[in-house]
Structures are given as structure tokens and as C-alpha cells.
Design a protein around this ligand. Structure first.
Ligand code: 5GP
Length: 115
């Protein structure tokens, strides 16, 4: 499968506004933000969709992604007011980039249900 745009960001082949990096996780600002704070949190290994997540194999990695989200929310000053975490999956889920990513959205009141 062709390299995704997020793999190019991991490889530092294209620039991104990186806000968090660890051995296994990278987070950077969304290029087309849907909220005052919109950060994408990704694993450095390629997992195309959440359908490929296996609990016994990826539990620690997902835990790291949630830890990163909480830390970034604190750093961005949106933790106390609240925020939204979203994984889109597949066509109906509205997924555009096939390398899993957690959207961290905050800095405004979110609506429910989402569109
Ligand atoms: P999805 O629709 O797959 O859940 O979300 C993909 C997200 O990636 C979109 O919000 C889109 O704006 C963002 N995105 C796509 N290409 C790039 C890029 O090259 N750089 C950054 N920072 N974000 C991107």
C-alpha cells in the first residue's frame, strides 16, 4: 500500500506542527482545524483503521495515545473545560487518512450528535 501522508510526517519527510513525541506516539496540529485546538495523535507503527486494532497486542499503545491526549489537553489549557476524542473508521466513519489517528478537539462547545 502507498505510504500515507502521516507516515511521511513520522519520517519527517513533510513538515508538521508537532506538539508531542515519544518513542511510540506522535501528535501534531491538524492542517484544517475544526476547533480552536485540533491535534491528531498517531501511533508510529502503521495500523490502517481501528478495525485492525487487537486488544491484547495494542492495549499499551492505545494507553499511551490516551496519556498523550490528556497531557496535550493540559498543555493546551482545555483539560478543565473538557474536550472530545474521536477515531473515524472507514468510509461511513469519514476516515480520509488510513493510518489510525485520534482527533483531540477542544476550545469550544462541541455539538451532539456529530454530523
Ligand atoms: P480523518 O478524516 O481521516 O479522520 O482525519 C484526517 C485529518 O487529517 C483531517 O482532519 C485533515 O485535516 C488532516 N490532515 C490531512 N492531511 C494532513 C497533513 O498533511 N498535515 C496535517 N497536519 N493534517 C492533515
Amino acid at each position: 500500500m502507498a505510504e500515507t501522508i502521516f507516515q511521511k510526517i513520522i519520517n519527517k519527510e513533510i513538515p508538521a506542527d508537532i506538539v508531542y513525541e515519544s518513542e511510540n506516539v506522535l501528535a501534531f496540529r491538524d492542517i484544517n482545524p475544526k476547533a480552536p485546538v485540533h491535534v491528531l495523535i498517531i501511533p508510529k507503527i502503521e495500523i490502517p483503521t481501528v478495525r485492525e486494532i487487537i486488544g491484547s497486542e495494542h492495549a499499551a499503545l492505545l494507553g499511551e495515545m490516551y496519556d498523550a491526549a490528556n497531557q496535550i489537553a493540559i498543555d493546551e489549557g482545555i483539560s478543565d473545560d473538557g474536550f472530545r476524542l474521536v477515531f473515524n473508521c472507514g468510509d461511513n466513519g469519514g476516515q480520509e487518512v488510513y493510518h489510525i489517528h485520534m482527533h483531540l478537539l477542544g476550545g469550544r462547545q462541541m455539538k451532539w450528535p456529530p454530523g
